[in-house]
Design a protein around this ligand. Structure first.
Ligand code: HXC
Length: 257
């Protein structure tokens, strides 16, 4: 795994990817995107990985898309390359992904964090969609995911004014699931990911799938989908083991299949 812009580690059943362009506050250029997508795509089908943590540095999760890389592009270059399209691959991962955010998560950095299944933030975190200050708008899903996460009022406020949201406001608004002291954010995310990775993997994968379906389906259709998927888990060894362990008053030993 020879990566220039990220560091990839395996901690037990958890894959940890650390964005590593400190000279640019982890600005998300094409090279970093390709490395990150390649690394997590490999983890997604690795039977020894049950969950992924994506993190940055203490100062910046990521300060946005790389402004310098794209600033002189023409419309046709952006359109022909379908700039940012490959980021969407991160939203099609089947295993759970936790974002551990310390410091700045701005523009594409905030959008990348929102592509994770949930965000754990350090108390120093700053979230924002400041693209309006550059004469553009969010381009990696921010207008859609931020609005679904925090509602219209706060999404409009942030996208139109470019102001930052601190960790406390982000938790209050539903953008992040937990706020912890900044120094503990990676440990807390790793612990959460270890818990997830210790569960039945097929159950965790479809749990993610059905929660995500809530953003795409109507309620009645989503409830039927959930029930059908629930039924399907009775084809797994892990369901038999999980329910047997409960009856026998012991811890389950999931085979993750
Ligand atoms: C390229 C970036 C960058 C970025 C920071 N850097 N953010 N390079 N793209 N998004 C670089 C700086 O140029 C600088 O390099 C180095 O990182 C350190 O940054 P400083 O600005 O010196 O740090 P500081 O003064 O602490 O300020 C931190 C900051 C500021 C507030 C986060 O860097 C900032 O405002 N960054 C841009 C935030 C932003 O607008 N993000 C949205 C990007 S657009 P040098 O070489 O000078 O030392 C985006 C939208 C996608 O994501 C969709 C449409 C475009």
């Amino acid at each position: 795994e020879q990566y220039q812009n990220i560091v990839v580690e395996h901690r037990g059943r958890v894959g940890l990817v650390t964005l590593n362009r400190p000279e640019a506050l982890n600005a998300l250029n094409t090279a970093l995107m390709n490395e990150l997508v390649d690394a997590v795509t490999a983890m997604d089908t690795d039977p020894d990985v049950g969950a992924v943590v994506i993190t940055g540095s203490a100062k910046a999760f990521a300060a946005g898309a790389d402004i310098k890389e794209m600033s002189s592009n023409s419309y046709m270059e952006m359109y022909a390359a379908d700039w940012f399209r490959r980021w969407e691959d991160l939203t099609r991962l089947r295993i759970p992904v936790v974002a551990a955010v310390s410091g700045f998560a701005l523009g594409g950095g905030c959008e990348l964090a929102m592509m994770a299944d949930f965000i754990i933030a350090g108390d120093n975190a700053k979230f924002g969609q400041p693209e309006i200050n550059l004469g553009v708008i969010p381009g990696m899903g921010g207008s859609q995911r931020l609005t679904r996460a925090v509602g219209k009022a706060k999404a409009m406020d942030m996208v139109l004014t470019g102001r930052f949201m601190d960790a406390e406001e982000a938790e209050r608004s539903g953008l992040v699931s937990r706020v912890v002291p900044a120094a503990e954010v990676i440990d807390e995310a790793l612990k959460a990911a270890e818990v997830i990775a210790s569960k039945s993997k097929p159950a965790a994968m479809v749990a993610k799938e059905v929660v995500n379906a809530a953003f795409e389906m109507g309620l009645a259709q989503g409830v039927v989908f959930e029930r059908r998927v629930f039924h399907s888990l009775f084809a797994t060894e892990d369901q038999k083991e999980g329910m047997a362990a409960f009856s026998e008053k012991r811890q389950p030993e999931f085979k993750h299949r």
